[in-house]
Each structure stands twice: as structure tokens, then as C-alpha cells.
Design a protein around this ligand. Sequence first.
Ligand SMILES: [Zn+2]
Length: 491
Amino acid sequence: MMRNVFLLLTAGLLFLAAIVSYRTFAAAPVAVTLPTPPQLIKVNSAELATNLSQSIRFKTVSNQDPQLFDLNEFIAFQNWLQQTYPDFYAVVKTQMLAGSTQLNIWQGSDQSLSPVVFLAHQDVVPADETANSGWIEPPFAGNIKDGFIWGRGAIDDKGSLIAMLEAANRLAASGYQPKRTLIFGFGHDEEVGGNGAKAIAALLQSQGIRPWAVFDEGGAITTNMPDIAGPVARIGVAEKGYLTLILTARATGGHSSTPPKTTALGGISRAIAAVEANPFEKKLDPVLIAMLQATAKSTENGFVKRMILSNLWLFGGLVEAQLLGSKSGSAILGTTIAPTILHAGTKENILPREAIAYINFRIAGRDSIESVISHISKAINNPDIEITISNPPGSEPTPISQIGTGPYAWLSKVITDGFPGTLIAPNTVPMATDSRHFTKITDDIYRFAPYTFDSSDLSRIHGLNERIGVDDFAKGVQVYYLMLERAGQIG
Ligand SMILES: [Zn+2]
């Protein structure tokens, strides 16, 4: 009997070892001779840098307060676009939506083919222009220095918008005629909710148009990242949801010499502590699994790492535990909780009648706005704490687009032709982009700009000293050209 059990166990272990080794070796990078990549168009990087630099000087800023919207800056910017890219504007039909959002349609010769949508936004987040703000170069000067173009929007998102226009203008000037219709949507308020993009999606929907795919910002090629140092093209196939909840605790105010048993400040503090003590489920999801499997192939990985990453069915728990150890790792495993604002009290000897806390959530695909609210009210478990949704009301996490097939495979080919040897991996974008408004009219949304960033560049987006390399920008124009030229030819 004992012998049989032992034999069975040994057989089981051998079987397990066989699967693990098979999967590990299947993930091993194979030395292949890369096919000669296609010739990229010739560009003058100094000239391209000058155009991006000029675009940065228009203060197309989106402020939280809509009163601060400066229409004249948007008008001037759009006039400049028309003057700088005349061949593009000659081939497209342009219409304005939701105020300053620009929809440009380049009609394809085959109307039976569904169009491809390219999005990029004109607006930028504000930047402090005072002398001690911490900017090395003034944020709206567009200075070109030390091999970089500096300023607000250099990456997000004039970097994409201008590169796309540079490429499209050259394509139009060459006499190119797309078979498939190319649609260019340039939103004016992406940073404050994206009403412009919403209007584009609604218009296309009303015309019964279902795009073949929508391409937007949100992913890039990264280098020197904690998981892999080498270049990895991260294609955003999904987007986290966004929600801010306002918690309000009320109490009788009065003089601080005779306080009641529970105060507004005590109540709000206990509520915040209860929320933090009840984190959301953190575990691998389909995008993360596909991402880890794709990066398992990196030549940087030793045998053990490759074995773990290619056998997540067995080592998934180990990987989750490791990811939970870092802020960014923990964030990609699930919905995050971030208390960001606290309001209460005006004077040290007066009890406030009200204490208010704002908690910001980035919602993972397995949760929803409704499930977050229900989780939070259960965690607080106090009917005296009022929970309301802040305005604007936030957004649900998006569905996951195809990974490995369809437009994902098509985009992967463009990337490997533009950047030979780059690994491709799917990703969930933690921020909101304009493309989320298109989930009703297409299943395939991909967030990727053909730029290479290292881990230090990522904090410049919405932060200080935003900049893009002159050569990186020029390369982006070349790869956008490849992308647009091929998109118009998809049969
Ligand atoms: Zn952006």
C-alpha cells in the first residue's frame, strides 16, 4: 500500500516537473534572425523638434475650473495646425464638436471597410510658471536643449498629436489614398473628462459606424523598468475605472471646553481608518497574466525567473506576493484606495460641525463603481457617515480588448518593424484616456504611442520638467507614418 502511494506521488511529481520544464523551455527566447525591417521615411529631426516646440507655446490648458478655459488659445493653436499641416487639412473633412474638439475624416476609397480611429488631445494640464516652480525650462517656452524638447505637453499629448499630424501631412503630400477611412479625433478637454471625445463617439454611433479599432495614448516603450531593463512595448488593452467618494461626518459643534463623546473629526478619522483597513482584492487578472507571460521571454530572465513567469498556474501566488511588496506592483493587482483631501475645523477652540474626506479610487476590471461603493459602506459600517460621489462622477473600468490577435497583432507588427527586437506586452492603463468613451462602438481599443521612455520619464507626465528626446520624437513621426500608411491599406 505504502509503496503504491509512494509510486503515485513520484509519478505525480515527475508529471508536474515535466509540465513546468516544458512551459519554461517554451518561453525561452529563440535566437531568430530578424527580417530586415521596412525602410522608415526620412525626416529632419531638428525641423520636427521646432514644430513640437511651437505647439507647446500655445497654452491650451484644461483647468478644473471651467471658467478658466481660454478659447483664444485653442483658436490660435488650431489656426497654427491648419497653417503647418496644409496637406493633411486639404484631404480631410473637418468638423468641430463640443466646442473646440476637432474631428477629421480622411475618406477611404472602399466604403465597405470600417474606419480606423486615431485619437490625440490638444489640451494639457496646468503648469506653474513662477520662477521657483522647479521647472528647469519654463513650461510653455518649448525650449530645445540638451537633446530634448521641454515643456508641458511634450509627451502628454502634443507629443502624439504633432507626430501624428507630421506623419499624416507627409502621407497626404505623397498623394496617398487610403482604402480604409482614417478618422482623427483631437479632443480639447481630455484632462477634465473628455466631453469632446464623448461627442465624437456619439456622432459615429449615430451614423452606425463601428471602427475596426481605436488607437490612443496611454502606453509606450519602456526601458529600465524594475521588471525588465530592456525595451518592452506596453500596449494598453484596458483602462482602470476612476471614482472619488466624499465622506462626511457631522456632529454638534460648540465650544471645545465641553466636547461630546464623538466628534466630527473622530468620526471621519475612524471612517478613513476603516477604509484603509479593508483593501480590495489584489490578485493577477487576465491582462497581467498575459503581460507576465510575454515578458517571460526576455533574454534578461534567468532560468528560475522564466520558470516562475511561464508557470503562473503554479507560482501565481508567489508572483502576487512579490508584486504586493511595491506600490506600483500592488496598484496593478487591484482597485486602489487613496485618501486625498480632508476638510474640517477653522479654529483651535471650536468643534467643527462637519468633517469631510475625499477618497480617490482607481477601479480594477473585476470591480465597478457600484461594487466599490458597497465595499466602502460595509467597511465604514456607520450610517452617520454620509457617502456621496464627487462631480464629475467617474468612470467604470473598460472591457479588455483582444490580446495577441486582431488589431493587437497588427499593431505589434508595426512596433516590431519600427523598433526591431522590442518585446510586446499588454497592459492595463491606470489613468483615464479619451478612448474610454469608445467602448460602446468598438471592442478593440489600444493605447500606445511609439515613444521610448525610462522609469524616470513617467513622473514628468503631469509633473515637473516634461520633455521628450529630439530623436525619440523624430522616430515617433516615422513610426506613426508606418502606422497610418498601413492602417489605410488594411483589407
Ligand atoms: Zn493625455
